[in-house]
Design a protein around this ligand. Structure first.
Ligand code: GMT
Length: 376
């Protein structure tokens, strides 16, 4: 198949899934064309059947806001025409699904209904952005105008159906990880770089947006560190980074917390961790949690979110109500204080992640879905 992929190229779950998917599809012999305003974060493989088409934004004094969505739609149409795309798979409804619709209108009737547009919903496009009243109608329209819709969890599919009153099938295709890269051991990083023999290493990775509740991460860690020797490694950057730094200083944890900023190869560091914290307010799936599990790291996260489809409560982590940092800390401490149970959780984490969410399995689900949509 000839497949176009559009995503946000910056660090963030939806862009990562789209990029990994494109690379995996290219490795399976499909021709893949990325269309975006920058080279996607984590696009690090070379292959002759993997191409990138940059979208220009035009600065003109009259334009207070450069009309990126129009240039994106025009580029999608150009790439579709030049390479005869079978499928245009867009990640994140706003504005990508709308641009894809417009691109197909531009191609006109001669295109024979191709490319088929598949929209993957990732979470914040529905839970935060799409349900904002000013975006509601256009999000709903764009979802319904797609030939195929996927969501990264049942949790998100149900929420979308309810919020947007969608009566079309939303296929659940979970996030996945590359089994060759995310493993319980790493030769690139040693625990000694972060902790001494008797200390535990706690980790958190996110884009530090308010929805991730980064201050809860600091609070949970503070409670853990008052009971067991531990250090916290924070990976990622975003609007709440400054608040997190302030909180770390205020709590006197400066020498116990390491801010690593954005890292593109988290698989090099994750296997060093003993526990992964993800106390998000909302999480449609929680790709970072999956990547932690794949590296054999148990997860402490929030119940009532899409994390319930990723983490097996009491088997490879614990899920607790949003904001209940006391219980999250208690669960973490009890696990860290029980070496046999911790070892069992670590083993189960890697096993379940591999069995349920390996790229081999999930990329095949996407391929089959493309075929289905193409042959309707
Ligand atoms: O919030 C993020 O982590 C970024 C966001 C995105 O769209 O880039 O992530 C969402 O998509 C990921 C990939 O499908 C999911 O694993 C995340 O759970 C989801 N984030 C939220 O729902 C908050």
């Amino acid at each position: 198949m000839v497949i176009g992929i559009t995503c946000y190229p910056v660090a963030g779950g939806s862009g990562i899934v789209a990029t990994e998917l494109g690379q995996q599809l290219a490795a399976r012999g499909h021709e893949v064309h990325f269309v975006s305003y920058a080279l996607p974060f984590r696009l690090d493989k070379y292959a002759t059947n993997l191409m990138y088409h940059g979208v220009e934004t035009t600065a003109y004094p009259l334009f207070k806001f450069p009309p990126y969505t129009l240039t994106l739609a025009a580029k999608m149409a150009e790439v579709s025409r030049n390479f005869n795309l079978d499928v245009l798979h867009v990640h994140y409804a706003i504005p990508h699904a709308t641009c894809a619709f417009l691109a197909r209108q531009l191609l006109g009737a001669d295109s024979g209904g191709k490319p088929k547009i598949i929209t993957t919903l990732h979470g914040t496009d529905i839970t935060l952005v799409g349900s904002d009243p000013s975006f509601f109608d256009i999000t709903r329209f764009s979802i319904l105008a797609s030939d195929g819709i996927t969501a990264v969890s049942k949790y998100l599919a149900d929420e979308t159906t309810e919020v947007f009153r969608i009566d079309k099938e939303i296929r659940v295709v979970h996030n996945f990880f590359d089994e060759k890269r995310f493993k319980p051991s790493t030769s690139e990083c040693s625990r000694k770089e972060f902790v001494s023999e008797d200390e535990f290493l706690i980790m958190h990775i996110s884009n530090f947006r308010p929805v991730k509740r980064t201050l809860d991460v600091i609070d949970i860690f503070d409670k853990i560190a008052s009971e067991v020797p531990a250090r916290l490694v924070l990976i990622g950057e975003g609007p709440d980074t400054i608040l997190a730094r302030r909180q770390v200083n205020k709590k006197g944890l400066t020498d116990r917390v390491i801010f690593l900023g954005n890292q593109s190869r988290i698989e090099a560091v994750l296997p060093c961790a003993d526990l992964f914290l993800i106390p998000s307010e909302e999480e449609s799936f929680g790709l970072a949690a999956l990547e932690a599990l794949a590296c054999g790291v148990p997860v402490i996260g929030t119940s009532g979110t899409g994390l319930v489809e990723v983490v097996d409560d009491f088997k490879n982590g614990f899920l607790l109500p949003v904001g209940d940092t006391a219980s999250m800390a208690r669960a973490s401490i009890s696990l860290l204080k029980n070496p046999a149970r911790l070892a069992e959780f670590k083993k189960t984490a890697a096993e379940t992640a591999g069995r349920r969410f390996g790229a081999e399995k999930i990329v095949t689900e996407y391929e089959k879905y493309y075929e289905e949509v193409l042959h309707v």
